[in-house]
Design a protein around this ligand. Structure first.
Ligand code: 5GP
Ligand code: MG
Ligand code: MG
Length: 182
């Protein structure tokens, strides 16, 4: 039987390491938002696993919402075109919004989303990303919370996909080159 793990060349972050990183972020966010009206906004689908762990490590009361945008299609590079697939349900007025992303790469997706959400006049808005690839940035954007910096390699697992697969890997790794079709 073909297992997902057969396609992995190298594990970069184990389940245990990810749990450590995420609980540290949750503790910091809990401290910073203890007197605020926190709304966690998860950008689907990549951040869904991170979001579900992060929200449970936040100890202050908070609300959650989800937004889906498309920028990558099935490929590995951003197109620069961002389209809203699913918008938020909650009106942002009065909320201290924290946008929860899986990975900050070129920054195009997040800078578009930020601009869009800012226009809805939240009380405050900040960014939180599990992974950051600062070398790849093409727009001036910085996350307020970064789990860890990663090398310029295409990673999968813990929500991150290749062609809509591998999101359910509990760890993060790099695929074998043959998986991409050589
Ligand atoms: P950006 O607009 O910052 O270039 O793109 C960010 C999005 O691209 C992420 O939310 C993620 O969906 C995708 N992405 C960027 N780098 C990687 C990567 O190394 N692996 C995977 N699976 N997706 C990535
Ligand atoms: Mg994403
Ligand atoms: Mg993707």
């Amino acid at each position: 039987m073909h297992q997902m793990t057969d396609d992995i060349q190298e594990v970069l972050f184990s389940e245990e390491r990810l749990a450590e990183i995420v609980s540290k972020m949750g503790a910091k966010i809990s401290e910073d938002y203890k007197d605020k009206n926190l709304l966690l906004v998860s950008i689907l689908k990549g951040s869904v696993v991170f979001m579900s762990d992060l929200m449970r490590s936040v100890t202050t009361p908070c609300s959650i919402d989800f937004m889906a945008v498309s920028s990558y299609g099935s490929g590995m590079k951003t197109s620069g075109v961002v389209k809203i697939i699913k918008d938020l349900d909650i009106n942002l007025k009065g909320y201290d919004v924290l946008v929860v992303e899986d990975i900050l790469d070129s920054g195009l997706t997040l800078s578009y989303i930020l601009e869009l959400l800012q226009a809805r006049e939240p009380k405050s808005i900040r960014l939180c990303t599990l992974f950051d690839k600062p070398d790849r940035r093409t727009v001036g954007i910085k996350a307020d919370y970064v789990g860890t910096v990663v090398p310029d390699e295409f990673i999968v697992g813990y929500g991150l996909d290749y062609d809509e697969k591998y999101r359910n890997l509990p760890f993060v790794g790099i695929l074998k080159p043959e998986v991409y079709g050589g």
